[in-house]
Design a protein around this ligand. Structure first.
Ligand code: UDP
Ligand code: MG
Length: 314
């Protein structure tokens, strides 16, 4: 029987922690009763440097349910993605399969069973995908959907409407642990792991209590981090722009020369306007070209694993 670890990153979640613990323990008990997971399965709360009573509550839960609730305390706030990574890598040592979920229970805990079923059917990563966003505010909905669209345009492969609610097998996390980059964008990294994957669909609920720890500022930072960690498309866009401007400079040249030969231009205007267009384009293209190399260096220094061998027949 596989031992499940439910990994929950928590930042200032004192209002929801006990509710979350109770609900998730319920899920574990249910799955254990149905003999889908091992009896020593557990919840792993990761305290991401909370400033409130979150850690005290985790300690209390651990004291009351020593086998069911475990905790990791990070020394400071490192942000959702890094906190989750800390949790996954810790859980990897202690379990066979993990499910990561937010503390606010916006994601439907009832589909965890479906995730486990799909895991037993031979999948290594199961993405939790939101069907609709009825409960989100208009603003959150529009910005979040814009976020996924922007990522797609920028060439970052992600699962649409999937956040960080996902199941991962031990070997998937083991491969993930070889990604040594510090700027984590988990949603973009998981599809690079490979293996069989599947999705489960659910309706996203409202936060049980407390408020979103992802204000617009953090969301923009996440989007920017995602793009700049996964794609050097912005650089090639600059290069493309440079080429377009050089093409425009040909048109500008024709216009300037025609004006020159038909008379009535100020002396010096023709050479000035030609230089401005041509040099502008040339400079943009040169910056883009240098950028392409920097982009390559950037991708190289990440030292990402180049492949993931699933099986060898000998
Ligand atoms: N979180 C974290 N560190 C942070 C910010 C958020 O560990 O610096 C956790 C938070 O406690 C929650 C999850 O990340 O469990 C997602 O945050 P939230 O639910 O506030 O985001 P939203 O659902 O509004 O996008
Ligand atoms: Mg939330």
């Amino acid at each position: 029987m596989d031992k499940l670890a439910i990994v929950v990153p928590c930042y200032n979640e004192e209002e929801v922690l006990e509710t979350a613990s109770e609900a998730l323990r319920g899920v574990l008990d249910d799955l254990i009763r149905k003999e889908k997971i091992a009896e020593d399965s557990f919840i792993l709360f990761v305290n991401d440097g909370s400033k409130d009573k979150t850690w005290e509550l985790i300690e209390k839960e651990h004291a009351t349910f020593p086998t069911k609730v475990c905790g990791v305390k990070l020394a400071g706030n490192v942000g959702h993605q890094s906190a989750l990574t800390a949790g996954l890598l810790t859980a990897m040592e202690m379990s066979d399969v993990t499910v990561s979920i937010d503390a606010d229970l916006q994601d439907d805990i009832l589909v965890i069973e479906e995730m486990i079923d799909k895991f037993h059917a031979g999948n290594d990563i199961i993405y939790g995908v939101r069907k609709e966003r009825k409960t989100d505010t208009f603003f959150k909905r529009v910005t979040a959907q814009g976020f996924y669209k922007l990522m797609a345009v920028m060439g970052v492969k992600t699962v649409y409407n999937h956040a960080d609610f996902r199941l991962m097998s031990k070997r998937a996390i083991e491969h993930f642990s070889q990604f040594k980059e510090t700027n984590m964008y988990l949603r973009g990294m998981m599809p690079l792991i490979g293996y069989n994957t599947d999705s489960v669909y659910y309706d996203r609920k409202e936060r049980v209590a407390g408020e979103s720890k992802y204000p617009l500022k953090k969301m923009l930072a996440l989007a920017f981090n995602g793009i700049s960690s996964f794609s050097i498309k912005p650089i090639s866009m600059i290069m493309g722009l440079g080429m377009i401007i050089i093409l425009c400079s040909i048109l500008a040249a024709i216009y300037a020369l025609v004006s020159y030969f038909t008379g009535n231009v100020e002396p010096g205007w023709t050479s000035l306007i030609l230089s401005i267009w041509f040099l502008g384009g040339l400079q943009l293209m040169a910056i883009g070209m240098v950028g392409l190399y920097i982009g390559k260096i950037y991708m190289e220094v990440k030292h990402r694993p180049r492949y993931n061998i699933e099986k060898v027949l000998k």
